[in-house]
Design a protein around this ligand. Sequence first.
Ligand code: DQA
Length: 144
Amino acid sequence: MKILVINGPNLNMLGIREPEIYGAETYTDLCKQITDYAEEKGIEVEIYQSNHEGDLVDKIQKAYLNTDGIVINPAAYTHTSIALLDALKTVGIPSVEVHISDVSKREEYRKISFVREYCFKTISGHGFKGYIEAIDALLAEAKQ
Ligand code: DQA
């Protein structure tokens, strides 16, 4: 089982950016929690972060036929990007959308998500734990 974790813009600044919303832990901490969990579960995981929409599209395209599941936090591109939705539809890989904060309780413009149309599950507001829950959801989906 190979899972790709994709993080969009500004998530590399976790720990620095708005800690009252996203917490004090850093992006490195997040990556460690994900890789430790993947190791515990005996699965292969790749973590990718970019601040550029096209790079995120390229990464999703490269997953075609070699990846079993995608965990995606498109960050601000959640609310704007049809290109990311189309890329997920193109590769047809089971995907889970994750947000560290609860986007349903924030500004109106954060309530829109384009990738949600494709993702079979959305986890929002569970902090870093949401990524672990997303991996579990992909594992459960793969067993069906
Ligand atoms: C986010 C929520 C988005 O609205 C925001 O633009 C982000 C992070 C989250 O993880 O809570 O950058 O996706």
